[in-house]
Ligand binder design. Structure first.
Ligand SMILES: [Zn+2]
Length: 342
């Protein structure tokens, strides 16, 4: 396993200081599994101003399709061959078909009746409950042997900077026989790694990160947390890898509780930087893909310019899929670690 980094230096002349030379460092890192490159550059203090949440949220409940008075009236139902009861519920959470599906089997799960849940008010129980509801849907389509029941994916876009068009917290829940790009590249690379080395890349990565320590955050049950070596988020990414389990359907209730516990820690830590939005994706193998391990990626999102609504993704990321992170992941680790030690 290679952790490659190429240091670069930019020289500029400062006209305010007699054209004094100034050196600006940057670094290009390679993801040890896929070779995907990530740039560590634009160094700045990871500190953002939070918006006026009252103004952002105010009035959005009036047209919200996920609020309790509407969700059971206007959200669609699955046909009986998929789900005889139409929708799944658990407490105040509801799962129903995604009216804007990306595949033949897409669902949305609301994370409760409350319209706006601030990031710090998510309890581990609520997150775990929503994951269990999604898993119940996955178990159902697995039971009926649906042809798309191959990769079982939960994505979470929390708040508008992360791509959510609604304030009301919800998960994207879908199963597909077609692995999304980065997941597929990882699966293919992990399969090759296993063929070449005879070991599981993710097990090796976890062992390396625990012994090396600079990016390791902690283990909760059999879920291991660390900052990603070649992150995609401008404020780094957090990676959580399961011991032994290779797919979403192999996760136990306890695993889901432990994942939810870790997520609340990560959310608390990023909140201190002024981050209030994130993406979280499950990365799963198919049944029997023993060359991989279930993992999830948490990536904080922000506006580069709040008043203009400038997203943190521009041409470099959008069209080249080349990412930039504004601090070293090892430094970001030290900002997150206190929340894993409490
Ligand atoms: Zn709502």
């Amino acid at each position: 396993m290679k952790f490659e980094a190429h240091r670069k230096e930019t020289i500029v002349l400062n006209p305010m200081k007699d054209m004094a030379r100034r050196s600006i460092p940057s670094e290009i890192r390679k993801d040890p599994l896929t070779g995907r490159t990530a740039r560590i550059c634009h160094f700045m203090k990871l500190r953002w101003e939070k918006p006026d949440f009252g103004a952002m949220v105010s009035g959005t409940e009036q047209t919200c399709p996920f609020c309790p008075e509407k969700v059971m009236q206007i959200t669609p139902c699955f046909p009986e061959e998929i789900l005889p009861q139409g929708r799944l519920t658990a407490g105040d959470m509801v799962l129903f078909p995604n009216i804007a599906p990306y595949d033949s089997l897409g669902a949305v799960a609301t994370m409760g009746a409350q319209h706006y849940i601030p990031m710090l008010e998510f309890t581990a129980e609520r997150i775990s409950g929503a994951f269990r509801l999604a898993r119940a849907f996955f178990q159902r389509i697995e039971e009926i042997d649906h042809p798309e029941s191959v990769y079982h994916i939960i994505n979470w876009n929390y708040m508008p900077p992360a791509g959510s068009s609604l304030i009301h917290a919800h998960l994207q829940v879908f199963a597909s026989s077609s692995a999304p790009n980065l997941m597929r590249e990882e699966l293919e690379a992990a399969r090759r790694y296993r063929q070449r080395k005879g070991t599981n890349y993710w097990d090796d990565l976890v062992a390396h990160e625990i012994s090396e320590g600079q990016r390791f955050l902690g283990s909760i049950g059999r879920i291991n947390w660390f900052t990603s070596y070649a992150p995609m988020g401008v404020a780094g990414d957090v990676l959580a890898v399961a011991d032994k389990a290779s797919s979403t359907l192999e996760l136990s209730d306890e695993d889901l509780d432990d994942i939810a516990d870790g997520l609340t820690r990560v959310m608390a830590a990023y909140d201190k930087m002024g981050i209030f939005s994130f993406n979280m994706n499950f990365f799963t193998g198919a049944k029997g893909d023993d060359f991989t391990r279930f993992h999830l990626l948490f990536s904080p999102r922000t506006f580069f310019n709040q008043s203009l609504g400038t997203p943190d993704i521009g041409a470099l990321r959008n069209l080249f899929n080349e990412t930039l992170c504004m601090a070293f992941p090892e430094e970001i680790n030290s900002l997150l670690k206190p929340d894993f030690e409490r």
